[in-house]
Design a protein around this ligand. Structure first.
Ligand code: ADP
Ligand code: ZN
Ligand code: ZN
Length: 821
């Protein structure tokens, strides 16, 4: 018998091994195995049966060991990870590594110890007797060491039988203690003393008061069916020393057992309380009915739930979830990293209770390991988490929800696989006849296009949930402030215009609150005319040009086109060409000068570096702040009833960022921040400062008109053959020396050019940010309208033709890259 094994290496191939007879029963697909590989021993996963030994022209080496009694990786996850490897052009091992908990390369160790030394108690055959003799000589040996000594002749099944018969003791541990199973000590009355009278009589006969108290407590626990109880709790409650308990155990009155503890971040949360019992409003009911019909069919379908912020999408997810759970199926709820708060988790738990698990990267390795096991064993049927939760080991999947599906945090970047969790969710739902729901107030253009093409069904909830008196909260008024006009009228105070400052003033006087968005992510060396707002663009790529060579040159970092930086604005003749975003750091200064009485809190990467700082800043703002000034961090998920003004200091920073999605991102961001203003009974206003007041993203954000924005943006994407009308991929090359990075990029790209039919290959060019952490970066961009397959074939060809890059050189393939920076 032979098997194929995938190893956690960047090599996209399986390796074949012979299975020694003793391991045949255990070597099943999905089981982890220990194998020899180029002088090392590696942990891998069996993917299936291997080739006929007669058909291979090399010597098949044997497996060293099978590490699982039950496959760690369910067959469905094997299929899904294979798809990920194919689609995102990475190795199967890399995809599996993303799916399995930290313990993928952790080794399970089986230890054996002799329990029954008497030869006659053991079966009368050579194997059994030699195991018995071996164990008599080697106390607590590992199974693989013993097998080596005995020449691998005993099957695990026989070992287990002997363990069951009490001849030996078999323990399984993981060699990394942080992910091994955790236990704690529990106590209960020993069998004969479990009746009330027996316990009382036994207690009477004891001398120590503490001993009596322990007996009484355990008797009560037994009566109330709360036994066994945790030893630590009992010791705390009665202030009894461990010696008291120990002597009761010695006397045979109390039994002590070690129980497995399942670590979970949820154990720190209070019970979730009763769920609110809303009657769904009409749009919610309509959406739910559509979902329910497909859930009842148990057939694959993807829905795009387009509902504005506060329209009640989460309630719809929950109602659908209940139906799935009732049907005995499981579900995955994906949320953007930033939205995974205890409140979100509690909201789901309130409705579906203890079947909910949470899985995210900030949990300890032990918590993740236990949670993963709980899902794998079916003790939990629902998982909530950020992107990686799409790979959770759930059986019988009925529903996958992707909330805020447009969020960029669903795309994994480093390490590979560079997968998009939304797209994996759709594929996984498809493989499992499950329903997938993509929810958003500003759906990605990809999803909107898929809905238009009929691949997804669009459901729409265009209004906010009515307040208790039946009125519907209105969306805020959006004002656009033209900075070039303000400048001419001398109404600009550094980065802030008079109307915005006045508006802030009024709000503070009324004891209301203000959010000021200062977009930093967009910071880029892009120039803009301060008088008319003109910005240099690459006409082929529709991205802004960035400054290079100390400002003397402008370059398109997609296609490499360069031109000289003009000294005057070609549009109005002004010589005041400025870098976008300069001066935004002066917002805080300007505020303290113009509004010295205001309490300003700043929230950005610098002020939130410490754990808990984010939360502390928000509570400080809630309690005593006037202005919350921050990066796009402040745009998401915040809900402050007293915020009635949202100001965007420089809407151009994001909009003119040199990326083809800049406009879409800006529209989404502006719609998000607008959703923060006037959520309760106070009406809200949004003020956007810009030098490009006619820009589409601003115009459509002003009227809250998603459909018109999508119409406009899709036309532009179509003209330039960007997604969703084509596919893009990017390949990044890194090396410590510039010439090495360039050489690597050129050589590797040559492989792409050999398969370039139907593909535009742009580059290699220096990347947008040329140097990161002492590495020089080059980038090649691929565009096609012939479908993802042609890109994947070209990428695979180039990868295989080049082979492994030299030490310290890196190649990152990003299929469906979100940005091409
Ligand atoms: P979304 O997820 O679209 O932002 P939510 O589901 O969070 O919206 O709903 C917004 C608020 O309205 C929540 O506080 C929620 O409890 C409440 N809500 C949702 N649906 C209803 C309903 N049918 N009746 C009353 N309140 C509702
Ligand atoms: Zn100009
Ligand atoms: Zn270009």
């Amino acid at each position: 018998m032979t098997v194929n094994v995938v190893l956690p290496l960047p090599l996209d191939q399986v390796f074949s091994y012979a299975v020694p007879p003793a391991l045949e029963a255990d070597a099943r697909p999905g089981c982890r195995v220990l194998v020899p590989f180029r002088g090392r021993r590696l942990t891998g996963v069996i993917t299936g049966e291997g080739p006929d030994p007669d058909d291979v022209d090399f010597r098949l080496r044997p497996l060293n060991d099978v590490l699982d009694e039950r496959p760690t990786c369910p067959p469905e996850l094997l299929r899904l990870t294979r798809w990920i490897a194919d689609y995102y052009v990475c190795s199967w091992g890399e995809a599996l590594k993303a799916a399995l908990p930290a313990g993928f390369t952790v080794q399970t160790e089986r230890r054996l110890a002799l329990e029954e030394a008497e030869a006659a108690a053991w079966p009368d055959d050579d194997d059994a007797q030699s195991v018995r003799r071996d164990l008599a000589e080697h106390d607590s040996t590992t199974l693989s060491a013993m097998r080596k000594r005995l020449g691998l002749s005993v099957s695990l099944q026989r070992i287990r039988d002997w363990a069951d018969a009490g001849l030996l003791r078999l323990t399984t541990t993981l060699s990394d203690p942080s992910v091994s199973a955790k236990t704690e000590t529990h106590l209960q009355l020993a069998g004969p003393f479990q009746s009330r009278s027996a316990a009382r009589d036994a207690a009477e006969s004891l001398r120590g008061d503490k001993q009596k108290a322990v007996m009484r407590t355990l008797a009560t626990a037994h009566e109330q069916r709360r036994a066994p109880v945790r030893q630590a709790d009992l010791v705390d409650a009665l202030d009894a020393p461990y010696s008291t308990i120990h002597s009761l155990v010695e006397k045979g009155l109390v039994e002590r057992t070690e129980e497995r503890v399942h670590r979970s971040p949820l154990s720190d949360l209070p019970p979730p309380g009763d769920p609110p019992n809303h009657t769904l409003h009409a749009a919610q009911q309509e959406a739910l009915d559509a979902l329910k019909a497909k859930i009842a069919d148990a057939s694959y379908h993807t829905f795009l739930l387009h509902g504005i912020t506060g329209s009640g999408k989460t309630e719809v997810y929950i109602a659908a979830l209940k139906q799935v759970v009732e049907a005995g199926r499981s579900a995955i709820i994906l949320v953007p990293e930033i939205a995974l708060t205890p409140q979100t988790v509690q909201r789901f738990r309130a409705h579906v209770g203890d079947t909910v698990a949470v899985l995210h990267s900030q949990m300890s390795a032990g918590e993740r390991f236990d949670t993963w096991q709980a899902l794998r064993d079916g003790r939990k049927q629902i998982v909530i988490g950020p992107r990686s939760a799409v790979l959770a080991p759930l059986d019988n999947l009925g529903l996958i929800v992707v909330d805020e599906e447009h969020e960029a945090s669903y795309k994994q970047f480093d390490p590979a696989p560079r997968y998009h969790a939304r797209d994996v969710a759709v594929m996984r739902a498809h493989m499992n006849d499950a329903v997938c729901v993509l929810g958003s107030a500003t759906p990605s253009l990809e999803s909107t296009m898929n809905a238009r093409r009929g691949k997804y069904t669009r459901l729409s909830m265009p209004e906010r949930v009515p307040t208790s008196d039946g009125t519907v909260a209105q969306l805020p008024e959006v004002e656009i402030l033209d900075l070039t006009k303000q400048r001419k009228k001398h109404q600009l105070n550094g980065p802030l215009s008079d109307p915005l400052l006045e508006a802030i003033h009024t709000r503070i006087d009324r004891d209301e609150q203000v959010l000021l968005l200062q977009n930093r992510r967009g910071y880029a060396p892009v120039i803009e005319c301060a008088d008319c707002g003109w910005v240099p663009h690459c006409t082929d790529c529709s991205v802004s040009l960035t400054e290079h060579s100390h400002g003397r040159q402008l370059r398109c970092h997609y296609c490499g086109h360069t031109r000289r930086t003009p000294s005057h604005c070609p549009s109005c003749g002004s010589d005041d060409l400025q870098r976008i975003g300069t001066g935004t750091q002066r917002v805080e200064e300007t505020l303290s000068r113009e509004l010295p009485q205001a309490t300003v809190l700043r929230m950005d990467r610098d002020t939130t570096r410490q754990k808990g700082a984010h939360h502390a800043l928000l509570s400080a703002f809630r309690e005593e702040g006037d202005i919350l000034l921050g990066t796009q961090m402040i745009a998401k998920g915040l809900d402050f009833a007293r915020v009635t003004l949202v100001g965007v200091v420089d809407a151009d920073v994001g909009m003119l960022f040199p990326d083809f999605r800049a406009e879409e991102r800006t529209f989404q961001l502006l719609t998000q921040v607008a959703g923060r203003a006037g959520r309760a009974d106070l009406a809200g206003t949004v003020m956007l400062q810009t030098r490009n007041p006619d820009h589409a993203a601003l115009q459509f954000a002003q009227t809250h008109n998603y459909d018109a924005f999508a119409e406009h943006a899709l036309a532009e994407r179509k003209a330039l053959r960007y997604p969703p009308f084509g596919n893009v991929a990017s390949v990044e090359f890194r090396a410590p020396k510039q010439e090495d990075a360039e050489h690597l990029a050129t050589q590797w790209t040559r492989g792409l050019q050999e398969r370039s039919d139907g593909i535009d290959i742009l580059g290699p060019n220096p990347a947008f940010i040329q140097r990161v952490q002492r590495y020089f970066r080059y980038r090649t961009i691929l565009k096609t309208t012939a479908g993802p397959g042609v890109l994947q074939r070209a990428l695979r060809h180039a990868r295989d033709a080049y082979g492994s890059p030299p030490a310290n050189h890196y190649v990152s393939i990003d299929m469906d890259a979100l940005d091409l920076l």
